[in-house]
Design a protein around this ligand. Sequence first.
Ligand SMILES: Cc1cc2nc3c(=O)[nH]c(=O)nc-3n(C[C@H](O)[C@H](O)[C@H](O)COP(=O)(O)O)c2cc1C
Length: 349
Amino acid sequence: MHPMIEAFRETAAHRLDPPFWEYVQRGCGMGISVAEAESSWAAYRLRPRTLRDVSTVDLGLDLFGTWSNPVGVAPTAFHKLTHAEGEIATAGAAGAVGSPFVLSSRSTCRIEDVGAAVWGPWWFQVYMTLTREVTEGMVRRAVATGATALVLTVDTPYVGHRNIPDSGRPMEMTDELALVNMGDHLTPQQARAPWSHIDQDPAIGVETIEWLKQISGRPVVVKGVLREDDARLFVDHGADAVWVSAHGGRQLDRAVTPASVLPEIVEAVGDSVPVVVDGGVRDGFDILTALGLGASAVFVGRPALWALASQGRPGVESLLLEYAAELKHVMGLAGVTDLHQIRDACLVR
Ligand SMILES: Cc1cc2nc3c(=O)[nH]c(=O)nc-3n(C[C@H](O)[C@H](O)[C@H](O)COP(=O)(O)O)c2cc1C
């Protein structure tokens, strides 16, 4: 792991109350998937090109918005658990450095306040609630506030359970830590329950993709895909991009790692839609590998929360700038000067 990111992780581990730290870190089941995600990127080996002019390396990307950094912030819930400014700080940092930011449905800051903090494009993550008006209301607000794409998370019909003992203390959830975008729909108790599935609908199917596109007029990225047949099915039903993810090992333990299935999913969708990925991405080598395997952009979950817990908004800015700097460096060493060249140019298993 990159030393700066390692330092953020250590600082966050010391700074956060143990139950909050456990919430950020935990995987589900026995934690097998969460443990494997990081190391699986290093199973690939790079095959650099040489004698290319690599004096200038361009990280520019067009993907439902224009970005100067292909490393984005994945949707994660309850940012105020890690820093008092919550999602406003994280979103502001991503916007300032040209990284994609995805706001979770389970945000502790109001959609409108986050949208105002970003200053550019951003995406909104959707959980489908049994009461459709709740999801619809949030989607309409996100679109009105400037969201340029929706991210439909499909790996969470129920919230995964964890079997590993932790500090044994419950999280102390104050009023400031409540989910503020779901309106009166939640009881005050539900609004402060990170492990509750609230009222996500476990019966949703592929028709949800078109429904979301219709009510929002925005492209829909389907997040939580680990199979090529699913990827193809979702594209056939209108998905505008596929997001390979195992939810940071927090849903089905023993699920395959995103790194291991990314190539077959990229191949399955071909050039029809872009593929993005997250899970265990920790440094520039992981990012180069993911892009080399065909991802258009790469997202980080926990590292952004570690940086937020350590230094607030400036910490998240430093993290994303460091990822960009390290990616430029390794792209130069690999002999590629823009994101389009990376794919297939320098990778071998
Ligand atoms: C604390 C935490 C909360 C999360 N909350 C959400 C969420 O609300 N919606 C969602 O789609 N994914 C959520 N995720 C999953 C992330 O979007 C992402 O898939 C995962 O964190 C990537 O793995 P990484 O943490 O190793 O980078 C969460 C992850 C963490 C660690």
